[in-house]
Design a protein. Structure first.
Lengths: 177, 274
């Protein structure tokens, strides 16, 4: 289904289109949430609310501001960050790191759908220390780039160029695997 | 505008992460429309972000899917073919009689005046639109400049940090006593613990294109070249290569790109470490 059709179907509140959207994107969107919110039950709760929000707010989506997926991923990311910063989770004191994530993926692979755990590991481990740090804080801990800059005393320009460098490495690896 | 440096600034990534201010966002959208390279890069990045998420993800459980669709149940619209409503057969057609004529003429005149006004304002709109585009361009130039200034500032700031935090020794190198340039003076700032060396050119003649000034650290193992000196940059700090041990610093004139060993006949300045 073309993205234009997909958006039109969602705006028309069509059930089939919504199911298609779910099947195509739920895994990626859930990944965005579960790398920030580590607890599976809470992550699923956040995902439920975010997905419902996406279908209800589809009229606010503007094509000029990016692809549908990017818009949805940002809704999921923001919902996850909100949840992470709410008292509910911060009291449990869990923090996410890339290593937790990779380890978590491996231990789940027996019960969940099959995942190429080694590929994922490679995808992340090819990053150098600076890039790993940036990916960890921005992708896994939900920091904004200015928060990273302030908290760790790294010039904003440097944070920006490291974000770019990190995503370039991911791009290369994604294409390779 | 330098499109490549815009692309490599990291701004597009932040745009996709939803981290730019409203104004910066508009700028990216505007540039993406005008420069296909920028649009292409945005597309590539979005592909990558989706692929990365999809590859690293685990599907949520079946229960969540059921719960979501039961929450949404009431929102779905069942497609029903609307019944066509028939036009009533006895609809009356009102003939246009003479009493309407003056109104018809008045309406035509109003329409002509309105069209004239529309053309006039369309022209005005075009003019404003051009002005607006010109302003946007000015703004992007200013943003580029600001970015450059910021980078310079960051660099100076980190130099200043080093100067304050480090234990720098000043070694003054002078041209007195040599034939090349009697009034030449270059200062070396050396932090022996951190092994960092900066120089500040105070007075040094410009060289022709086939030569370079080269800085030497003279230690127990003889002179070691630790970088080329830019004589044009006066009184700013230039960082040189690391030095752990030196009894003196000197600058010679060497063929472009520097030499392995110093040309002693062309020794310009020398300063001993106190």
């Amino acid at each position: 289904m073309e993205e234009v059709q997909l958006i039109a179907g969602l705006r028309a509140k069509d059930r089939k289109t919504t199911e298609y959207l779910y099947d195509k994107y739920s895994r990626a969107l859930f990944a965005v949430i579960s790398r920030i919110v580590f607890d599976k039950d809470i992550a699923e709760e956040v995902f439920h609310d975010a997905f419902v929000k996406i279908t209800k707010k589809i009229d606010h989506y503007e094509e000029s501001k990016g692809r549908l997926y990017t818009w949805m991923a940002n809704i999921c990311r923001n919902s996850a960050i909100d949840k992470l910063r709410s008292k509910e989770i911060s009291q449990s004191g869990k923090t996410n790191t890339i290593d937790d994530f990779v380890y978590g993926m491996e231990s789940q692979s027996g019960t969940q759908e099959h995942i190429d755990g080694i590929g994922v590991k490679e995808l992340l481990i090819e990053l150098n220390e600076d890039q790993k740090f940036i990916v960890e804080y921005i992708y896994f801990k939900g920091y904004t780039h200015s928060e990273v800059s302030e908290e760790f005393d790294i010039p904003l320009g440097t944070v920006k160029s490291r974000v770019r460098a990190a995503i370039q490495v991911l791009k290369k690896n994604v294409a390779r695997i | 505008m330098d499109i490549q440096s815009y692309i490599s600034s990291g701004k597009l990534e932040l745009f996709l992460l939803g981290e730019l201010t409203e104004r910066e966002r508009e700028e990216v959208i505007d540039f993406a429309k005008r420069y296909p390279e920028i649009q292409q890069e945005l597309d590539d990045l979005q592909e990558t972000m989706f692929a990365f998420d999809n590859m690293t993800g685990v599907a949520p459980s079946q229960e969540v899917k059921e719960k979501i669709f039961s929450t949404l149940e009431s929102d779905f619209i069942l497609k029903e073919v609307p019944k066509p409503t028939a036009v009533p057969a006895d609809a009356k057609v009102v003939p246009i009689g003479s009493p309407w004529k003056p109104f018809a003429i008045a309406a035509s005149i109003a329409a002509i005046v309105a069209s004239g006004a529309a053309f006039y304002y369309a022209g005005k709109y075009e003019e404003r639109n051009d002005q607006f585009t010109a302003l946007l361009q000015d703004q992007s130039v200013m943003a580029d400049n600001l970015n450059q200034v910021k980078q310079e500032y960051d660099q100076k700031d980190s130099q200043l940090d080093k100067m304050i935090a480090g234990d720098f020794k000043r070694v003054v190198m002078k041209g007195e006593g040599f034939d090349m340039q009697k009034d030449a003076r270059v200062d070396v700032l050396w932090d022996q613990n951190a092994q960092e060396v900066f120089i500040a050119v105070n007075n040094l003649n410009d060289l022709s294109d086939e030569f370079d000034y080269q800085l030497w650290a003279i230690g127990d193992d003889g002179p070691v070249g630790i970088g080329l000196v830019n004589s044009g940059e006066k009184l700013t700090l230039q960082q040189m290569e690391a030095v752990a041990q030196a009894g003196a610093f000197a600058i010679t004139i060497e063929p472009k790109g520097g030499s392995k060993a110093p040309t002693l006949e062309k020794l310009v300045v020398l300063g001993e470490v106190a």
